[in-house]
Write a protein that binds this ligand. Structure first.
Ligand code: FAD
Length: 295
């Protein structure tokens, strides 16, 4: 089984990377549909894809199944996500050992969210409190694994200020991260201002913008409320006017994302990570447009 290419190696070529994020479906029956979407996206040759990690039980197992099928059947460079939720060090170590033995060389290292309704992150006995602890743990175990960590241009919801969140980011990157992927945002100024602040902190890692095309108004309202990213009024009003026409909503949402990506790439972003919501068509359109811009 050959080793996957570390994202740091890809980034060092100086070419902006185009990547796509998937989340595991709720049921095992839907995995085939997702693999089909990944097959179609793979025809656009994304530099890598990532697969989010659900907390506990069947969701966690499905994350692993999806990562494995995307790597082994579809032939993609896959970056699995890991969180500190519900596992102690020994369990996390076992999972990471397995993935390493299978050739994965990229991991997105996260803390994970508190369960809905709880405001404080419950630390598992023998587990980790912050993503930086997980980063340090993986770095010590496998120094050649390339680790991505999360950054929040509009501040992490629990952080008291952007400044304190940047202090936490510095700890996380110093622990051994290789790059930062941002939370979704809809105004590029949020990203460019954030990168400036990240640099002022002495963090010189690539900051990859995370872009989500709006595919449905209700869905994006729920997502932005959860992650506390701002949905600009102008975008929301355009979407509201065509709310009952899903194709028109999608067209506006994908066009907004496409305009964001064009500006980000023109102004030197090291790539774009597309939160594809498991939908192939919009991701394919965005990758193809970005590629022709970069050609
Ligand atoms: C790109 C991306 C991918 C994601 N993928 C997943 C996924 O697959 N599965 C999932 O469940 N969730 C995922 N999330 C959501 C993420 O788990 C949540 O946002 C979570 O609440 C924080 O995770 P973190 O890794 O940023 O945590 P941390 O970096 O640990 O930060 C959490 C909070 O603690 C603070 N903090 C951190 N370190 C310190 C410190 N040393 N001292 C004091 N305060 C500190 C931070 O400011 C922040 O408020 C993702 C988010 C992003 C942006």
């Amino acid at each position: 089984m050959s080793d996957q290419e570390p994202i740091t190696t890809l980034l060092s070529a100086g070419r902006p990377l185009l990547s796509v994020e998937f989340f595991p479906p709720k049921s095992a029956e839907s995995v085939d549909t997702l693999i089909d979407a990944a097959q179609r996206i793979s025809a656009c040759d994304p530099d890598f894809v990532s697969v989010t990690y659900g907390a506990g039980g069947s969701t966690r197992d499905l994350s692993a199944t999806v990562s494995r099928r995307m790597k082994n059947e579809v032939g993609l460079n896959v970056m699995p996500h890991f969180t500190c939720v519900g596992s102690d060090r020994a369990e996390l170590g076992d999972i990471i050992d397995e993935f390493y033995a299978e050739g994965y060389r990229n991991i997105m290292a996260l803390r994970g969210d508190a369960p809905q309704g709880q405001t404080e992150f419950p630390v598992t006995k023998g587990g980790f409190k912050y993503a930086s602890d997980l980063v340090a743990f993986i770095q010590q175990r496998y120094p050649n694994i390339c680790m991505g960590v999360a950054g929040y241009p509009e501040k992490h919801p629990e952080a008291t200020s952007l400044e304190s969140d940047l202090d936490a980011l510095k700890i996380k990157t110093d622990a051994g991260a290789s790059f930062i992927t941002t939370q979704l945002f809809f105004e590029n100024d949020a990203y460019f201002d954030y990168v400036e602040k990240v640099r002022e902190r002495g963090i010189d890692l690539p900051v990859v913008p995370g872009i989500m095309p709006v595919l449905a108004l209700k869905q994006i309202k729920r997502i932005t409320q959860l992650c506390q990213s701002e949905l600009p009024r102008s975008l929301e009003s355009k979407l509201s006017q065509v709310e009952d026409n899903p194709a028109a909503v999608r067209e506006i949402g994908v066009q907004w994302a496409s305009d964001q990506i064009a500006e980000l790439l023109d102004r030197g972003a090291p790539g774009v990570h597309i939160y594809a919501l498991n939908k192939a068509e919009s991701a394919i359109q965005l990758i193809n447009e970005a590629r022709s811009r970069l050609a």
